[in-house]
Design a protein around this ligand. Structure first.
Ligand code: UGA
Ligand code: MN
Length: 323
């Protein structure tokens, strides 16, 4: 009897050991996380929500992120909203330009797009476009008076002023939230890095602009962290020899200079930037961005006029398509 028991025991022993080892291995597998993993989508946080690429990164950021699973980080201070004022007008390439612009802006956290149509009313094309753009936005319109619609005269004066007026009206009655304003023409090309740079604007910041003024680039000349002159090939006598795409202004400065606007009277093409900046700052006060103004992060690209020579006058297409 005893020997039978012993032999059964030795037959079963390896199986018992195998079961014990398997159970042990299974319990060593990491447990599934209690909280769901963070999911980063370009649309996370809804309209204007935080997006990964433009989070302000600091040294040791990777380590911080790993710790996040244990203890939530202290809330980051609210970052300034970037207000982009874009004048735009109806023409064959308008929707294409606005599409490129929206594709860029959608990747920038906390950006509010102020789109100002040069028109007597909001157009259906722009209204529909904005409704689907997935961006926090404000849609304004103001027509340029006919007498100013001539070659050689400054463009988009009334539209930029309408954007400024909206900002002042919206923020005038309360202590200003941190904000930065810049003028984003609809045909330029903007790198995402540009928005990181301009977001830290304290008063007025400046940076180089590519493909402008008949040169590969124009830029503010910087010495010891201060702007001391301008690298430009066109009207170097301008007090601020800079394109509209080359500067940003803090919301606070816009609010504390309520009369600063773009002027029609006496304004010459290419002088609008200087005329405006003169009202709110001095050259000595400017804050150089983009590595002391040594990097081009925005390009004054201009879209070629499209050839519509073969558009039919009769025998039109059987459907009407918005382009
Ligand atoms: C240059 C500057 O980069 C502009 O900032 C400046 O407004 C312009 O000169 C000027 O002469 O006033 P440029 O490429 O020649 O730019 O000008 P556009 O791109 O044709 O126009 C600037 C902005 O105004 C664009 O966003 C455009 O859509 C808008 N615009 C232009 C209007 O709203 N209405 C118009 O009749 C023409
Ligand atoms: Mn342009």
């Amino acid at each position: 009897m005893k020997s039978v028991l012993f032999s059964r025991f030795f037959i079963l022993l390896p199986w018992i050991l195998i079961v014990i080892i398997m159970l042990d291995v299974d319990t060593r597998r990491p447990a599934p996380p209690l909280t769901p993993r963070p999911y980063f989508s370009p649309y996370a946080g809804g309209r204007g929500g935080a997006r990964l690429p433009l989070r302000r990164a600091g040294p040791g950021r990777g380590r911080e992120q790993r710790n996040e699973s244990r203890r939530p980080p202290p809330p980051e201070p609210p970052q300034p909203t970037i207000y982009a004022i874009t004048p735009t007008y109806s023409r064959p390439v308008q929707k294409a330009e606005l599409t490129r612009l929206a594709n860029t802006f959608r990747q920038v956290a906390q950006l509010h797009w102020i789109l100002v149509e040069d028109a007597a009313a909001r157009s259906e094309l722009v209204s529909r476009f904005l409704a689907r753009a997935g961006l926090p936005s404000t849609h304004l319109y103001v027509p340029t008076p006919r007498r100013y619609k001539r070659p050689g005269l400054p463009r988009a004066t009334e539209q930029r002023n309408a954007g400024l007026a909206w900002l002042r009206q919206r923020h005038g009655h309360q202590r200003a939230q941190p904000g930065v304003l810049f003028f984003a023409d609809d045909d330029n090309t903007y790198s995402l890095e540009l928005f990181q740079e301009m977001r830290t604007t304290r008063k007025v910041s400046v940076w180089p602009v590519g493909l402008v003024g008949g040169r590969r680039y124009e830029r503010p000349l910087v010495e010891n962290g201060k702007v001391v002159g301008w690298y430009t090939g066109w009207r170097a006598d301008r007090p601020f020899a800079i394109d509209m795409a080359g500067f940003a202004v803090s919301l606070q400065v816009i609010l504390s200079n309520p009369k600063a606007v773009f002027k029609r009277r006496g304004s010459q093409p290419g002088m609008q930037e200087s005329d405006f900046l003169k009202q709110i700052t001095t050259v000595e006060e400017l804050e150089p961005k983009a590595s002391n103004c040594t990097k081009v992060l925005v390009w004054h690209t201009r879209t070629e006029k499209v050839n519509l020579a073969n558009e039919p006058k009769y025998h039109l297409d059987s459907v009407t398509i918005e382009v």
